[in-house]
Design a binder for this molecule. Sequence first.
Ligand SMILES: *Cc1c(COP(=O)(O)O)cnc(C)c1O
Length: 384
Amino acid sequence: MSISPAPLSETPAGASVEDRVYNFSAGPAVLPLSVLERAREELLCMPGVGASILEISHRSKAFLEIIETAEANLRKLLGISDDYAVLFLQGGSRLQFSMVPMNLLGADQSADYMVTGSWGKKALEEAAKVGKTRKVYDAKETNYDRLPEPFCADGGTMDLDPQAAYLHYTSNETIQGVQFSAEPETQGVPLVCDASSEFLYKPLDIDKYGLIYACAQKNAGPAGVTIVVVRKDLAERADPNLGVYLNFNTHIASGSMDNTPPTFAIYINKLVTDWLLSEVGGLEAMHSRNAEKAKLLYDVLDQNAEFYQGHARPDCRSLMNVTFRLPSDELTTKFDAEAKQNGMTDLKGHRSVGGIRASIYNAMPLAGVETLRDFMVDFAKKNG
Ligand SMILES: *Cc1c(COP(=O)(O)O)cnc(C)c1O
């Protein structure tokens, strides 16, 4: 039997903007509406190009302008100097779990890892396959509800090696919802950060970092591109015998163009950073919006403490992923289902934490968080 689908022109097209929900997915996640609208407008034909971003050469003038603007936007937003390279890579943050030690961890060296949640744990597991590692902090005993002191009172301390090749940490643990409010002190050891689920949520002092990486699909664009900002002198440590793609220096030398880069994902990242610069007004403004949104939800937890139990300790609560439990699994299921009926999706927490997780990244509008806040207050009243 041959399968002959109806021509695309005769099958129903996508729904309309009015059908959009408040999407609290942890990733891939919500994108700014104006970014989606611009991408839609340009998808048939980019001005002056006569074709779509999906169809043009990565060597074309039009794409070179896009990748250069994406990089310039990131440098402007984060104040990144020429001492650092900005790379657009594939393989997600998972590949960075391997690439970082492959490039920065010499055979006679050891790297320090902080384990503050599921992602930090995975990063360490991968690095241990490449070279010598030390675990300098682990909050497993309390199911990763805290960070070390001074970020979290009674959080315990880190045991740093002043000779370490680098210290790796996860600035926002997406699953548990714990977030560093500042960089950990490293005593001169290069700092490496997995910033996947918070990248561009606030301004950074980039000079504190040796390397920072983030897959785009949480806060910076769609799946398919991972941004790496690396101090060039640190990248020079890499073993020249590494596979070509695996060596940061390949991408530094070629401007992320040694092979075909993920052109569409970079294009969307460029639109997201255009949005941050021109509509939001920079990362200072983005940070106050994020703080305002998160406070709305944490206030509900604090004011209904007998009903909602926050997972993260109050002093290290994430502005990006708000995690909490309800009195029972039945109520959790009911919460998720009723939220969906009210136009709010993807609120179910990760199985390792349970309960609810509301991911409220940069692009989640204030109105979405206000809608969730009102729903939470009402739900506690009716079911408490
Ligand atoms: C999502 C996420 C990852 C994994 O990213 P992939 O692109 O799927 O490899 C790693 N670290 C953190 C903190 C994340 O949130």
